[in-house]
Design a protein around this ligand. Sequence first.
Ligand code: SF4
Ligand code: SF4
Length: 203
Amino acid sequence: MIISSAKPFEEILELLRNEDDIFIIGCNVCAAKLHVGGEPEVLEMCERLENAGKNVIGWVLPTAACSISSWEHLVEKNETIKDARAILVMACGSGTSVVAKVVDVPVYSTNDTTSLGGSYKGEVYHQLCEMCGNCTIEEFGGLCPTAQCPKNLLNGPCGGSMNGKCEVDCEKDCVWELIYERLKKINRLDLLEKVHEPKNHSK
Ligand code: SF4
Ligand code: SF4
């Protein structure tokens, strides 16, 4: 899941200061789950823009903004998109990038994209993977220190955690403590003996 958060409405309005006849494209996957691009948020954005004096000519909610099959597919869902002079994408940066490939008018994003995360039982997890291109997550019991340790320590912990919390961000659990617990649970504490070489970022 790509984690994104909604920009303040005033910021979006400022982005659109020279635009009108706006068409909105939401995202029914990550952004919907995070409540920053699903149908309720799209409808609310339509109303707020109209109240601010903007003409919103229509909207569409593809399954995923980052996976649109074609321009024709969008037109089939709502043909008013043909009259759009600007597209507002309520999705992450990759969704906005794909939309920009499909349409010939300016595109704007309502969201700030922050990390690759996930969700479980309704709880959203931020920054689970940094997409380093050289995955060794199994050596840490399935929890990634590259992404989840603020010092990116492959040979942790740093020794600064207090009561299981990270010394850099005391709101967060120290991922190395979680790695230890996880390895203990799966009987692989032997993996802690391994000295990890720096990542190969040339891959
Ligand atoms: S090692 Fe970590 S940052 Fe790299 S791909 Fe695997 S999970 Fe992502
Ligand atoms: S306390 Fe844990 S998570 Fe925080 S920087 Fe140190 S090793 Fe990394």
